[in-house]
Design a protein around this ligand. Sequence first.
Ligand code: NAD
Length: 257
Amino acid sequence: MRAAKDLLRDMVMAAEKTVAFTGAGISTECGIPDFRSPGGLWTKNQPIQFDEFVASRAARDEAWRRKFAMEDKFRAARPGRGHRALARLVQQGKLSAVITQNIDNLHQRAGLPADRVIELHGNATRARCLTCAKPYERERVQEWLDAGVAVPVCDPPCGGLIKPHTIMFGEAMPRDALEEAERRARASDLFVVVGSSLVVYPAAYMPLHAKDAGAALAIVNLTETPHDDQADVLVRGSAAGVLTAVVDRLQPRPVAP
Ligand code: NAD
């Protein structure tokens, strides 16, 4: 029987519109823990809900404190082999877009053009005002936090609450990104999930949209997901190892003289 990753390589070769869908599992090898693996972030902290952030000063303090605590991990992380493999697939014209649940900016840092990355849950390198939507770069907010400002607020005259540009539980998803992701999923002929538990909705509908519209579905993950029974190919393995093997074997073989 053919190995699942060989099958995946053949599917990528044959497909004309492959879309990847990534989760925290593609970044664990870069030193950023996921949520649900043993030792993952949720074993340490319960998530803060959006309405708590808006209503409670203590919740905002805690949200920024956590962001501050995670900052070193995010800053130190470099794109891994999985991110680089996906960027190479885009360069080779074998991948049309990456829909990601990740907030770590590592796809872009691996060389993926921003317009090929659809971020469903925001991006930790940015913040924005909840009142006027003014964007703030992480560095600027970081300077305030470093200077002892517990809860940053927007420039005058606005004064609105600034919130990390990562979507909290209970917060509306970015509508444009969600619509674009669904459109891309439905237009794909191969949809490849990489490193996601597929339990966070509405993001986890994306593979189902793709499947419903006729795409083949591949899932590359270390552990089971609730959509495994929908997959045309299931690869149990590390994102970096599997994607690198797929991309390396897509290279044209050298022709003997
Ligand atoms: P998750 O934590 O629910 O699931 C991660 C999955 O990846 C698990 O099923 C795990 O078995 C698998 N995995 C772990 N390491 C892997 C590896 N090396 N190769 C292949 N698979 C691996 O993450 P999720 O499905 O992305 O959803 C949780 C939410 O977490 C998302 O909304 C996302 O915004 C947020 N999150 C993001 C980051 C990040 O940006 N790096 C980190 C933590 C959480």
